[in-house]
Design a protein around this ligand. Structure first.
Ligand code: ZN
Length: 164
């Protein structure tokens, strides 16, 4: 069975007991969370989020530059007024450099990707600080409370590293 088929079965159960059909479009807690796509992180459970609470913007590494388009939409059209950035221990972004992935991409697709920045990093706390600073200094992003955390995949705990 494909995973998509498994999703359909799981969703039958989820939707059968669904009671959140009347939520407003803007996030109730007026927050956007930018977090790595890592499969070990469940932002809803780790942060106490329910349907309708928050925008959770996920990408490889939880990088701010990659999330910018969504953050602008979140703030300008859907009223969020706080930002949270979460990177994590043992992140895949610590394991490669741009040139490594460009080479691999060229080998497998025969496409040159020299212009592509995959935004890997070498230090988790530093990457969180960089991304909080990115939002703070971006002319496209409102000046809102912005907090950065490192999530520990071994313990499930978040640790604050930047509060701005
Ligand atoms: Zn990651």
């Amino acid at each position: 069975m494909s995973v998509a088929k498994e999703f359909e079965l799981a969703n039958d159960k989820y939707s059968a007991g669904f009671t959140k059909g009347d939520l407003p479009l803007p996030p109730g807690r007026k927050v956007a969370v930018v977090v790595c796509m890592d499969a070990r992180i469940d932002p809803a459970r780790a942060l106490g989020l329910e349907e309708g609470d928050a925008h959770v913007i996920r990408n490889a590494g939880g990088r701010a530059a990659d999330a910018l388009r969504s953050v602008i939409i979140s703030q300008q059209l859907l009223g969020t007024r706080e930002l949270v950035v979460i990177h994590h221990t043992d992140c895949g972004m610590l394991t490669f450099r741009d040139e490594d992935l460009r080479k691999k991409l060229q080998e497998t697709t025969h496409v040159t990707a020299d212009h592509f920045a995959f935004l890997p990093f070498a230090d988790i706390e530093q990457s969180v600080r960089e991304d909080v600073a990115f939002f703070k200094h971006s002319p496209y992003v409102l000046d809102v409370p912005t907090t950065g955390y490192v999530y520990d995949v071994k313990t499930g705990a978040i640790r604050k590293v930047e509060d701005n």
